[in-house]
Design a protein around this ligand. Sequence first.
Ligand SMILES: [Zn+2]
Length: 349
Amino acid sequence: MGILQDRLTAGTVLCAEGYLFELERRGYLQAGAFVPEVVLDYPDAVSQLHRDFLRAGSDVMVAFTYYAHREKMRIIGKEHLIEPLQKEALRLAKEAAAEDKSGKVMVAGNICNTNIYLPDDADSHREVREMFDEQVTWAAEAGVDFMLLETFSWYGEALLALQAAQQAGLETVVNVVTHSTGLLRDGMSPADACKQLADAGATVVGMNCCRGPATMLPQLLEVRKAVSCPVAGLPVPYRTDETNPSMQSLEDHHPQCCLPADMRSFPVALDPFVCTRYEMAKFARDCADNDIRFIGVCCGGAPHHVRAMAEELGRQPEASKYSADMSKHYSLGTNAALLPENQEFKKSL
Ligand SMILES: [Zn+2]
């Protein structure tokens, strides 16, 4: 049994993601192409976010190679940088994991949708597999603990990623994604796709990205029923609902919304929809109650979400030192040292 399977047998594995969105918000990454050039341009920014997630309780440092694949590097005219970028991202994740005092933080290699996969085009399958193979090779050389394969809306593409990781002998988490239809683009349900990926030998199967907790959890429960292996769930922390089930479909109708009429809230104006830390803690609880063991948060997630999820699992990560204690608030607090006049003032806050 590998290390990932071992950890999942013992309990929940918490995995912080959302590097793209968080580094975009911090001013280090361009929305649109979403290529993590920051890895080479500002490696300290990537290291800092790794540390933030580590201290918030993430059990996994995910190498920030998301969308640093050949198709994306080609779009920005920097295909020659793919290998140094991938290797540096792997190095930064390993370096951050090594800072963990418990020595238990795992490092994941990360590959994702290529955007060139076409179901009936064998040439595209070959090209996709080559893209996966080179990334898996670099990850294996770096000594990752497992491969996180994610955001696949085509079942066939997820299977190619799984096969590439298996060839390198690595454990795998394979996550599919569903958009507004609730199905993969092949027309498969996530439960059926995950069942087939589990039968094909994935260590963990599940879903990530695109859907918030409210619209992902029902699908995860179907996946849970369909497979016997561990299940993964890493939603985006946005308040999706039946009408707008994906983050891409969210519409801001607030009277103060200043978005131009032809612009969506996705991806850079989703702020009004962000889940609170309490909502993400509830998601962690729902997963724990339903035997969904590889959990986390995807695009939009931030360290406060991760810390709340860790605490809901009964953990006290380093950042819990600064978890809220409102008893000490000057007006809303209950501490004996507070002025009663200020406590009375809370009605007027
Ligand atoms: Zn995501």
